[in-house]
Design a protein. Structure first.
Length: 305
């Protein structure tokens, strides 16, 4: 149970977050269904795979930000890094791939978005996401964000937006808006992996505790006060800190979190690199076959003459 049995239902499952997630899924189903049929009847329907992908993304995001894994992320750093990996490396590309292109065109058709077009340059999105993510894992920044509720919510929303902006150039749901060809896209994914490595290395190879909320009971209780009803002092009286739940030492838990983050990053980027390479390979061979066919037809025409 990993200690979840010590907490009340609302602390483990965050009912309001659950209802919000269900509302988002219902809105998605309405937009790709009745709303599309009414306003965009000629647009292609979302496939069953896209629907399954969106619902899966919604479930993953709920579990890691409002469900059991979110609570465990306030107790163990390893779970915190699972949550970060899923929220910013897995969910955004799933959402981008699951929403039909006509929705994106409708959302970003307003002229006001032209004023922010410079922010979608691939280099800008690359730097913004990795900078935002890496700064968050500087110990003093991380502890401050985790112990200040409003800052925590705002920072997480900003990171999510940066993640969508970064992944847009890899998934690009509106193909005519693509800014990167296949080879550049592969270089872009590789660069993301390189830029994220220092933050992971800092966590994995440091032999001392970095984050107070996982080593200092007072700071931990303050952070837990935002996700567990009641007085944080009661948590200290009952559990005496996060180590009550963790079979690892603080440093071992910290290193495990860094390894999880790096592994998820490598697997995610590797899978997407494979998809991009496959598309590029198929496109190149399709063009070669077409060129060969045209050459053969031209030779036959000349021969007949």
């Amino acid at each position: 149970m990993l200690g979840l049995q010590y907490f009340k239902f609302q602390a483990v499952w965050s009912p309001m977050f659950l209802f919000a997630t269900i509302a988002v899924v219902i809105a998605y189903l309405y937009i790709i269904g009745p709303w599309r049929e009414k306003h965009f009847p000629m647009e292609k329907k979302a496939s069953g795979g896209q629907i399954a992908l969106f619902i899966s993304a919604a479930i993953l995001y709920y579990i890691t930000n409002g469900g059991p894994s979110s609570l465990l992320g306030h107790i163990m750093f390893s779970f915190h890094m699972v949550n970060m990996s899923v929220s910013y490396l897995i969910v955004p590309p799933m959402v981008l791939a699951s929403i039909p292109s006509f929705v994106w065109k409708k959302v970003f058709s307003a002229p006001i978005w032209q004023k922010f077009k410079f922010l979608m340059h691939p280099i800008v999105t690359l730097i913004l996401f990795n900078m935002t993510f890496s700064i968050y894992h500087i110990p003093i920044v991380h502890d401050y964000v985790m112990t200040h509720f409003t800052v925590h919510r705002v920072y997480y929303v900003v990171m999510l937006i940066m993640a969508f902006m970064m992944w847009w150039h890899v998934i690009t749901p509106v193909k005519e808006w693509a800014k990167l060809a296949h080879v550049k896209k592969m270089a872009y994914i590789f660069a993301n992996g390189v830029l994220l490595t220092p933050a992971c290395a800092l966590i994995i190879f440091t032999s001392a505790p970095l984050y107070s909320i996982y080593s200092d009971p007072e700071v931990w209780a303050q952070a837990m006060g935002y996700c567990v009803p009641g007085d944080p002092r009661d948590l200290l009286a009952q559990f005496e800190g996060p180590q009550f739940f963790n079979m690892f030492t603080v440093v071992e838990d910290q290193q495990t979190g860094g390894i999880i983050m790096k592994l998820v990053q490598e697997v995610t980027y590797g899978v997407l690199l494979g998809f991009v390479f496959r598309d590029w390979f198929n496109k190149e061979h399709k063009q070669e076959d077409l060129d060969a066919k045209l050459l053969k037809e031209a030779m036959l025409v000349n021969h007949n003459k």
